[in-house]
Design a protein around this ligand. Sequence first.
Ligand code: PLP
Length: 396
Amino acid sequence: MRTIYLDNNATTRVAPEVLEAMIPYFGDLYGNPSSAHSFGGQVGRKIGEAREKVAALIGADPGEILFTSCGTESDNAAVLSALSTQEGKRHVVTSRVEHPAIKGLGLHLSQKGYRVTEVPVNRDGILDMDFYEKSLTPDTAVVSLMWANNETGVLFPVEEAAEMAKQRGILFHTDAVQAGGKIPIDMKKKSAISMLSLSGHKLHAPKGIGVLYVRKGTRFSPLIIGGHQEKGRRGGTENSASIIGLGVACELALRRMEEENTRVKSMRDRLEAELLARIPKSKINGAPSNRLPNTTNISFESVEGEAILLMMDELGICASSGSACTSGSLQPSHVLRAMGVPFTMAHGSIRFSLSVYNTDEDVDFIVRELPPIIEKLRSMSPFWTPEVGVCATAAG
Ligand code: PLP
């Protein structure tokens, strides 16, 4: 059975060019990049080249790039560094729709006695900028706002938010894990962003490699303390193969940015338009005009997202749902809840996230196969009244 993979915000396939570049570093080129001998030194030089390629993707200087183990580590390192370099300040500002990498950290910090403000979003997932501005106080050490939402693809105005923070002497971090490689990012232009996170496995590099951009002049306190690696900012022998692979992935992403924003975007737009036209009571979650080019999150009223996923899985279609089976109860995601998506819609939400490896045939297949799946599930739903096509009871 063919796999039709539209779950690229969860993870991406490793690009063949990336894999090819990495293989020698699992084999003959196993030297330690920090070694004094030239056998290790050649690996160190390759890491240096990768650093330049990563920097080029986001318009940074190579010296501002720090390799980590994942996006989650980068997010943690940024916020915790901001707190430990400004011990007098005890307040963190973030949003209600952050990835658990920041949301979980915020909860941990609030349990440790820090004050954490989560800025709300509206029904379209757009940040409440008035609330944001009012939440910035002299006690605020750091703001951490995601550039692009992993569930809806909605973009936050991070440059504007960073400028507002900078005017008040507040450090600004952005989780750009989903934005990296999909939309242009330029840290060289007059940007007030101090720190930015990326993750390799969202842009066709392997899992287990991340990046933290730290703007020159930003005080930084390491999360992983140990060796001298990464100029003392992140201890631990480098994940050479993955770093080298990530360099190639960033080079490819830069070259494919145009395709991502034209061909991939038009496949996403067609998928969305055709599903909305063929399936009654379906609706996009998130501001349609202000989103990543590859992501759509669609709610199908009165159907269980997990059931849709299971039936699509039988056909080889991979996507994600906006509800997760946690502790026996199907809870809609915190993102859709923060947006105020009604229960019967949030439960039936599916995220499709495309990549340059998708084709028009993938879209055709889903457009053909999904409507009968929804119809079948609705015919079994106690909440669906077919003759009027509405939800009879709104539970919860
Ligand atoms: N931030 C966002 C917005 C994400 O989507 C993810 C992964 O899904 C992460 C952070 C965490 O990245 P990683 O899986 O590399 O830890």
